[in-house]
Write a protein that binds this ligand. Structure first.
Ligand code: HXC
Length: 258
């Protein structure tokens, strides 16, 4: 499939999507998000893909929603087209693990898009921020909701109200970022980590993702109940039997995704 705004590749069991609007630092418009959604759906449907990586360029993961595209929109237009909800949830809806590999700027909608991934691996050059207030608007693709859940209210308020940027070290310290990787090795190391993940049992990866997400979206009581139901269900899986048998037989497991 040909895309205008992204580049798609596969590395073994890992699907790689590179945001590609270099002239505007990967500013996010409907075309790019539609391309991203289409590529994700194909990877989702592809039984050979176990993990997906979304990345940008050396200079920018994405510098936010496309300001030039938005400048003349009015209320009725964004309401009727269901701006954001219509297509921005494509990563959050993906059931397979998705890693954001972020170098350079991840600002506004770029930071929000990275946060819809299951985890963020950041180059040491990464800069995160929600500078929308400078444009007279607010983070509207999850920034005021996912950021406080990830980093706590104090830092989320600071970033959203002051528009300051946060470097990779601070982002890791406060829990936004899972790992920091030297910029020159970001893609290589992220793909290697993604390959490790992709070799596990896919339905189990999906169950783990669903269960961890419950920790964000429900009370502890509800989350623990969901987790318990899920681990009970895992005992019906061939891959669970295979994983435990392989350990006891001192061999590598062969997962069959069932
Ligand atoms: C459209 C953008 C853009 C954006 C950069 N460009 N960000 N175009 N939308 N979000 C364009 C610039 O206009 C410029 O085009 C080219 O990309 C290179 O950018 P420069 O500014 O020249 O680069 P630099 O000086 O290195 O500064 C990088 C930067 C700056 C700090 C990232 O570009 C910047 O502040 N960008 C905007 C960041 C921002 O406010 N993001 C939030 C957007 S609102 P030309 O033609 O001049 O070469 C948002 C709302 C989300 O995300 C809520 C709903 C989804």
């Amino acid at each position: 499939m040909n895309y205008e705004n992204i580049i798609v590749a596969t590395h073994g069991k890992v699907g790689l999507i590179t945001l590609h609007r270099p002239e505007v630092l990967n500013a996010l418009n409907d075309g790019l998000i539609d391309d991203l959604g289409a590529a994700l759906r194909l990877f989702e449907a592809d039984e050979n893909i176990g993990c997906i990586v979304v990345t940008g360029s050396e200079k920018a993961f994405a510098a936010g929603a496309d300001i030039a595209a938005m400048v003349n929109w009015d209320y009725m237009e964004v309401y009727k087209t269901n701006f954001i909800t219509r297509n921005w949830d494509c990563i959050a809806q993906c059931r397979k693990p998705v890693i954001a590999a972020v170098a350079g700027f991840a600002l506004g909608g770029g930071c929000e898009l990275a946060m819809t991934c299951d985890m963020i691996y950041a180059a040491d050059t990464a800069k995160f921020g929600q500078p929308e207030v400078k444009l007279g608007i607010l983070p509207g693709a999850g920034g005021t909701q996912r950021l406080p859940r990830a980093v706590g209210k104090a830092k989320a308020m600071d970033l959203c109200l002051s528009a300051r940027l946060m470097d990779a070290e601070e982002a890791e310290r406060c829990g936004l970022v899972a790992r920091i990787i030297p910029a020159a090795k970001l893609l290589e190391e992220t793909l290697a980590a993604a390959a490790t993940i992709a070799n596990f049992s896919l339905p189990m990866l999906m169950m783990i993702k669903e269960s961890v997400n419950r920790a964000w979206e429900s009370s502890l009581h509800e989350g623990l109940l969901f987790e318990r139901r899920t681990i009970h269900a895992a005992f019906a899986m061939d891959d669970r039997k295979e994983g435990m048998a392989a350990f006891l037989q001192k061999r590598k497991p062969v997962f069959k995704n069932r």
